[in-house]
Design a protein around this ligand. Structure first.
Ligand SMILES: *Cc1c(COP(=O)(O)O)cnc(C)c1O
Length: 738
């Protein structure tokens, strides 16, 4: 219901040919929680396996694509109906019991929504509104919040043109193609106001009204609202505002962030949702706080009271460990965008703009989104222990340069959604060796000890099957390349055509930002060559990742890596998979033997792909940065020690490269190929599987999104819901005139 009691309606998009007898398939297909429900997945898969694969596991596309006759036939298939009825029953029972972790612990807040704002969300491959780690984290946050029963609502933007699709030209230069999103093939539902109009509210921008529509995505118990300005009602210049993620220049960014922040507050209000706590995930969403201050001032509060009120109920998570990585807008730009009307209403222009001042910006009129967010959020955190420390260093200037340890910024280390990222075959193995209720109390470390009992044979067989699935994906991709644009042998080899399941397979997949150093392994070609073609102990490398469309340096790194995949000297032992996204990420983190992560310390705020790999029994070799600094327990992977303080960039690279190769040559490869004397040549390597089991144990016990969200609840959300201001220690420059 809207604020005036007007009904908000949702377009009914159920395929007309779907028989009522199995009509709830549509309900399941349009709720993202099917992605982590084993039985729901199995049912969709059983409808038509080839189409399921073709659609990249998209049940909406499946139900639309298989035709009425096939749907009718399902209603005569007794085995199918039995499964269907059983699933309906399980889901209804779960919905009726309503006993959730949050409900039991905090019944007093059961109806107090927590709004969660983020510029991107990764929920499923079919909704390409994410670019990487931040989006995956936000998606996993919603999923875990649903599991735990937290009354969370997500707010993001509907990027109708998606994040770009990556293809590589013959020279390895990344080509960025539009990847338009067809809502008809996604679970997105458009919301409409009472009279059927597709807009719910508006904001002012560039002196005119910008109407805002919204789409809803159901994520189990949680709803995500995606804002959209591509409406007939809007000026053509504003229709494209929400088209693409992180596209356009700094003006476009300001407009998008105003849409997310101010527009998001208004859309929630139009939907009749009144959040009692607000969480901005990264500085892009800081205008959400500014808009609330403005509303309170308009309602009659003084500026300091409005700021204090917003602070008390707001949580801010920063993700960026480099000072230059934070959004900054000029005051002139902000005034151009908002227009005079915005300020006239509240007469507090200087105060509001002052919220974004950076202490080092003395005299320059600039608005720092992160500085504003820190001033307007009583509770602020980084995303790993190390990143908390780095953030206290970066932002201590806001507290008059006090010592970093006294700066009130904490940390909640990121985690990944276990049910999403652990392959179901691994789940099956754990079902057999952990206590029967392990999935209900995954935070109990004792539960995870049982992983050490995982039988080597069974684990090795599953690991092998997952590797074969990765090779399948690579072959399928290579065939696609062949058909589409590259009938040249070198490209097919570069796609992994020659790879086989026997060699130790190392995965490296992430955004191609220079600091992630995808090219570090190539510093010494001969040494790499010797490693890859060790007699009887071959090694192969699989890369994937996109460079940001405007990151020329990232694209050059990618191109260099790509050239190596075609280098005949490497005999096809290096491959690059195009268009890294959720689907490829799953195949990679499950299918390789070792996960490699080489950020230049301390530039990785947290990193999460290594956690996903670990959950699947894939140990990680990484530099001592982000989560790995706290996650490495000595026997769950390998770590590259830190270069001595004061080393130059070149020295750090040389140091890290040397340690990387020493570990690979002296420990990783020998351990992987240490096979039993008796039995088949490819029997299970005992020592390797020890590490694999420990990787699962540590990630399961300490690095899941369930653990992360529970920490947010107890240390951040509940105090914010209480509006607690105990011990509030705002930055010194909060008040105007200081
Ligand atoms: C997990 C994930 C990431 C983030 O991985 P990092 O280790 O943080 O670099 C990026 N993209 C996709 C598709 C992912 O699944």
């Amino acid at each position: 219901m809207g604020p005036d009691g007007e009904a908000i309606t949702v377009d009914d998009r159920r395929p007309p040919g779907l028989p009522d007898r199995i009509g709830r398939l549509w309900e399941f297909a349009t709720d993202i929680s099917w992605t982590w429900n084993r039985e729901a997945r199995a049912i969709f898969r059983s409808i038509d396996l080839p189409i399921w694969r073709q659609t990249r596991n998209n049940p909406v596309a499946l139900l639309r694509g298989i035709g009425d006759e096939r749907l009718q036939a399902l209603t005569r298939n007794r085995a199918f109906l039995q499964r269907y009825d059983a699933l309906c029953e399980t889901l209804d029972d779960a919905a009726a019991s309503e006993s959730t972790w949050f409900g039991r612990r905090h019944p007093e807040f059961a109806d107090s929504p927590v709004a969660y704002f983020c510029a991107e969300f990764a929920l499923h491959e079919s909704i390409p509104i994410y670019s990487g780690g931040l989006g995956v984290l936000a998606g996993d946050h919603l999923k875990a919040a649903s599991d735990l029963g937290i009354p969370l609502v997500g707010v993001g933007l509907m990027y109708a043109h998606g994040y770009f699709d990556q293809t590589l030209g013959p020279d390895g230069w990344q080509e960025d193609a539009d990847n338009p999103l067809d809502p008809g093939l996604t679970p997105l539902e458009r919301l409409r106001a009472a009279d059927g109009v597709p807009w719910l509210t508006w904001i002012y921008g560039s002196g005119r009204r910008i109407y805002i529509g919204a789409w809803r995505v159901r994520v189990g118990r949680v709803s995500l609202y995606l804002l959209d300005t591509d409406l007939d009602e809007n000026d053509p210049a504003d229709r494209g505002l929400s088209h693409q993620l992180y596209a356009g220049g700094v003006d476009h960014r300001l407009r998008q962030e105003a849409l997310l922040g101010a527009g998001g507050v208004r859309v929630l209000s139009a939907l009749g949702i009144e959040p009692k706590a607000w969480h901005a995930n990264e500085g892009h969403a800081a205008f959400m706080m500014v808009e609330r201050v403005r509303n309170l001032i308009r309602d009659g509060l003084s500026f300091p009271d409005a700021v204090a009120r917003v602070r008390a109920s707001t949580v801010f998570t920063t993700h960026t460990p480099v000072p230059a990585g934070h959004d900054v807008f000029s005051h002139e730009q902000m005034r151009d965008w908002t227009g005079e009307k915005f300020w006239e209403e509240i007469h507090q222009r200087d105060e509001l703009l002052g919220l974004g001042l950076h202490p080092q910006d003395e005299g320059r009129d600039r608005f720092h989104m992160t500085a504003a967010a820190i001033r307007l959020a009583r509770r602020v955190n980084g995303v790993s222990e190390r990143h908390g420390h780095v953030s206290r260093e970066i932002w201590r200037g806001l507290w008059g340069s006090r010592p970093a340890r006294e700066v009130p910024i904490g940390h909640v280390t990121n985690g990944v959604h276990l049910e999403t990222w652990m392959n179901e075959e691994i789940v099956g193995l754990l079902d057999a060796c952990l206590p029967p209720d392990w999935q209900d109390r995954p935070h109990d470390k004792a539960v995870w000890r049982g992983v050490r009992e995982l039988p080597a044979e069974a684990l090795w067989r599953v690991r092998h099957r997952l590797k074969l699935r990765l090779l399948d994906l690579m072959r399928e991709e290579a065939r696609r390349r062949w058909r589409e644009h590259w009938p040249e042998a070198a490209h097919l080899i570069g796609a992994g055509m020659l790879m086989s399941p026997y060699p130790l397979t190392i995965g490296f997949a992430r955004r191609f930002a220079a600091y992630k150093r995808a090219d570090l392994v190539f510093r010494d070609r001969d040494r790499l060559l010797a490693l890859l073609s060790g007699p009887g102990r071959p090694v192969q490398l699989v890369f994937a990742g996109k460079a940001h469309p405007r990151d020329e340096e990232g694209k050059r790194v990618l191109q260099r890596v790509y050239e190596h995949t075609r280098d005949p000297g490497f005999e096809g032992r290096i491959a690059f998979i195009e268009n890294y996204g959720l689907h490829t990420a799953h195949c990679l983190v499950e299918g390789v033997d070792l996960w490699l992560n080489l950020p230049r310390v301390p530039l990785e705020a947290c990193g999460t792909s290594g956690m996903k790999a670990a959950l699947n029994g894939v140990p990680q070799l990484a530099t001592t940065d982000g989560w790995w600094e706290e996650g490495f327990e000595g026997d769950n992977g390998w770590t590259i020690p830190r270069a001595p303080d004061g080393s130059s960039e070149e020295e750090v690279d040389r140091h890290d490269h040397e340690h990387l190769f020493r570990l690979l040559e002296d420990e990783v490869v020998p351990l992987y190929y240490d096979r039993p004397d008796e039995g088949p040549w490819d029997g299970p390597p005992a020592g390797w599987l020890e590490r694999a089991r420990r990787a699962v144990e540590v990630a399961g016990a300490r690095f899941t999104a369930g653990r992360m969200v529970r920490e947010y609840v107890s240390d951040y959300y509940v105090p914010a819901l209480r509006g607690s201001t105990d011990g509030d220690d705002p930055p010194t420059s909060t008040r105007s005139g200081e």
